[in-house]
Design a protein around this ligand. Structure first.
Ligand code: ARG
Length: 564
C-alpha cells in the first residue's frame, strides 16, 4: 500500500494534474497535527486560476473518506491528509519487512551513470583528516545514489604527479633507506622530503637535480619511473589499509599521472577556441566574465598544473563513461579551483560542464586537545582511527558483560563513531571531534544508534520462534508508536532528499530520530511481556526499526554489530 499513490490518485481525479507529478509534490508536514501528508496547491493556481487556499478548501470539500484515508483538511494553500493509523502502521511495517535492505530504494536512476570522485590523497604525503572527511562523505554519497538505482562509479583521483616527485627521487637517492621505508613508508618518505627542502636551502644545486629528475620522469626514464612507481605502490598499500578499515573500495585509481599524456589535447582544444592568453610567460584562461581569477594552464616553463590535469580528466571521463553526473567530493578550500576549471570547460564549449559538481566538505575541529598531539596542524587519519579503536576497546572492556570478539566490535564501533560525527550535520558545518561525545552510548552518536539496533536484535532473539503473524496492529495505538512508524516511512523521503542535496546527514538524522523514538518506546511499553497479539505487533515493529537502522547506517558506510 502506497499512501502517497492513493492520495495522488484522489487528487488527480479532481484536478488536471498527473498522478506522478502530484506524488512528487506531496510533502510530509513537520508536525503531526498538520496531517500525515500534505499536498501544496500552489502548482494548481495557474491552471485553475484561483488562489491556492481556495483550491485547497474546494478539494477538501470534495474529499471522500475511505479505508485508508480518514480526512483531508485545508490549511492555507495546503491540503492536509490524515491517514487511517492502523492501516498506515500495518502497510509501512509490512513494506519494511518485505523489502528489508532494499527499503527506500527506487529506480529513479536507472540507466544513468553517476561518477563519484572522493578520497584522492597524494602519494608519499600523509593521508590527513581532511582526506578522511572526503572519503567518508563520498562513500556515503555513492551508496545513496546507488540505492536510488543509479549506475555509480567510484573514482580515486590519486595525487601522483608533479615536480615534487623529482625532489623525492633525489632525496631517496641521497638518504633513502629501504628497510626503514618499508616499515613506515609514508612517514619516512615525508621525512626525507622535508630534509630535501632543508638541504636545498643550503645547496640550491639540489633543486636543479630535482628538476632534472622530474624531466626524466616525464620522459619515461626507466630508473626515475621505477622509483616513482615504488613510492606509489608503497603509498597505495598504506592507503588501502585505511580503506579496508572503513570497508571502502574504488572502481578506479586513475590518478593525476594517468592524464599526463592527455594534456596536449587540452592545450590544443583551448588554443583552437582562442582561450589561451600569455601572462608573464605562462598561459592562462581569462575568467573575468565569471568574476573569477584566471585559470593557469601552462607554467612559464611549459609545465602543466593541477587544473590542466583536471581538465584532461573531466574530458576523459565524459568520453569513457558518458556520465549523467560527475561529483567531486573535495574540501571547500578547493572551491575556487573547481569553479575555475568548470568554467574553462564551459568556455571550451563542453555543455556538460553543468553536470560536474564540486561537493565541498568542511574542516575538522578538535575539542580534545590531546587528539591533536602531532606537531604542526596535520592530523593523520591513521592516528584518529587507531585512537578510536583503542578508546572503544577500553570502554568495552570496562563493562561488566564480556564480549566474545571485543577487537572486532571495537573496530565497528570506532569506525562508526568517526563516520557518524562526519555525517551528522550538513557539509557546511565544521565537524566537531570530541571523543567523549563521539563514543558516548547515549546522545547523538554512532554508538548510540548502533546500540539501539543491538538492543532491538536482542529482544528479537529473546522472542525466539514466536509467531509474528499474530500481529494485530490496531493495538499499536500510542502516539509514540505511530510517530515511530512515520519515521520508518519518512526514511524513503530521506534517501531521496539526501541525494538531491548531496547531504548524507539527512539519513543520519532520520535514523537518529528513529533510534531515539525506539528507545523511548522501549522504556515505556512492555514488549516481551505484553499480551500475545500486542507482543507480535511490537516485535514486528522492533524488527522493522532494526531493519531501517541497519539500512540507513549502511548507506552512511557504518556497520552494525549484532552485539556490543
Ligand atoms: N589530491 C588533492 C589533494 O589532496 C585532491 C584532489 C581532488 N580532486 C580533483 N579532481 N582535483 O588536495
Amino acid at each position: 500500500m502506497d499512501f502517497r499513490k492513493e492520495i495522488a490518485a484522489k487528487i488527480s481525479k479532481l484536478t488536471e494534474l498527473e498522478e506522478e507529478k502530484i506524488s512528487s509534490l506531496i510533502e510530509i508536514p513537520p508536525q503531526g497535527n498538520m496531517g500525515d501528508y500534505a499536498f501544496p496547491c500552489f502548482t494548481l493556481a495557474k491552471t485553475m486560476r484561483k488562489a491556492p487556499n481556495m483550491i485547497a478548501a474546494e478539494l477538501a470539500k470534495q474529499f471522500e473518506q475511505d479505508a485508508i484515508l480518514e480526512k483531508a483538511e485545508a490549511a492555507g494553500g495546503y491540503l492536509n491528509f490524515f491517514v487511517n493509523k492502523t492501516e498506515f502502521i500495518k502497510a509501512t511495517i509490512q513494506e519494511v519487512l518485505e523489502k528489508d535492505t532494499d527499503f527506500g530504494s527506487t529506480k529513479e536512476g536507472e540507466g544513468k551513470k553517476v561518477l563519484v570522485e572522493f578520497s584522492s590523497p597524494n602519494i608519499a604525503k600523509p593521508f590527513h583528516i581532511g582526506h578522511l572527511v572526503n572519503t567518508v562523505t563520498g562513500n556515503a554519497i555513492e551508496k545513496i545514489f546507488k540505492h536510488l538505482g543509479y549506475d555509480t562509479v567510484k573514482l580515486n583521483h590519486i595525487g601522483d604527479y608533479g615536480t615534487q616527485f623529482g625532489k623525492l627521487i633525489v632525496a631517496y637517492k641521497l638518504w633513502g633507506n629501504d628497510e626503514v621505508i618499508e616499515k613506515d613508508p609514508i612517514n619516512e618518505l615525508l621525512k626525507i622530503y622535508v630534509k630535501f627542502h632543508d638541504e636545498a636551502e643550503k645547496n640550491p644545486a639540489l633543486e636543479d637535480e630535482a628538476r632534472k629528475y622530474f624531466k626524466m620522469l616525464e620522459q619515461g626514464d626507466e630508473e626515475a619511473t621505477a622509483l616513482w612507481k615504488k613510492f606509489k605502490d608503497l603509498s597505495l598499500m598504506e592507503f588501502k589499509k585505511l580503506y579496508d578499515d572503513f570497508n571502502i573500495t574504488f572502481d578506479s585509481y586513475a590518478g593525476e599521472s594517468f592524464y599526463s599524456d592527455k594534456m596536449d589535447e587540452v592545450v590544443e582544444i583551448l588554443e583552437k577556441n582562442n582561450l589561451l592568453v600569455e601572462s608573464n610567460g605562462a598561459k592562462i584562461v581569462d575568467l573575468e566574465q565569471f568574476n573569477l581569477p584566471p585559470c593557469m594552464i601552462l607554467k612559464s616553463d611549459g609545465a602543466t598544473i593541477y587544473a590542466t590535469r583536471d581538465l584532461a580528466a573531466a574530458i576523459y571521463r565524459k568520453r569513457t563513461y558518458d556520465f549523467y553526473k560527475c561529483i567531486y567530493v573535495v574540501g571547500n578550500t578547493q572551491a575556487l579551483h573547481f569553479k575555475q576549471f568548470f568554467n574553462v570547460l564551459n568556455l571550451a564549449g563542453f555543455g556538460w560542464y553543468k553536470d560536474c559538481m564540486h561537493i565541498g566538505t568542511s574542516l575538522v575541529k578538535f575539542a580534545d586537545r590531546k587528539l591533536a598531539s602531532r606537531k604542526g596542524d596535520v592530523i593523520f587519519a591513521k592516528e584518529v582511527v587507531d585512537e578510536a579503536v583503542s578508546k572503544t576497546l577500553e570502554i568495552i572492556e570496562s563493562k561488566e558483560r564480556k564480549l566474545e570478539n571485543p577487537t572486532e566490535i571495537a573496530k565497528k564501533i570506532g569506525m562508526g563513531a568517526i563516520i557518524y560525527i562526519i555525517l551528522k550535520n550538513n557539509r557546511d558545518r565544521d565537524i566537531a571531534f570530541s571523543w567523549e561525545d563521539m563514543l558516548s552510548f547515549e546522545g547523538e552518536s554512532g554508538p548510540y544508534v548502533q546500540y539501539t539496533y543491538v538492543r532491538g536484535k536482542s529482544i528479537l532473539r529473546k522472542a525466539g520462534d514466536f509467531n509474528f503473524e499474530a500481529a494485530d496492529y490496531s493495538h499499536l495505538n500510542s502516539e509514540d508508536e505511530f510517530n515511530m512508524v512515520k519515521l520508518l516511512d519518512a526514511f524513503k523521503d530521506a534517501v531521496k532528499e539526501a541525494a538531491e542535496r548531496y547531504e548524507p546527514f539527512v539519513i543520519s538524522r532520520n535514523v537518529t530520530e528513529l533510534a531515539k523514538a525506539y528507545n523511548k518506546f522501549y522504556n515505556t511499553h512492555p514488549i516481551l511481556n505484553a499480551e500475545e497479539n500486542i507482543k507480535a505487533a511490537r516485535l514486528n515493529l522492533t524488527k522493522a526499526v532494526c531493519s531501517v537502522i541497519k539500512t540507513g547506517l549502511g548507506l552512511l558506510g557504518i556497520d552494525t554489530p549484532e552485539n556490543m
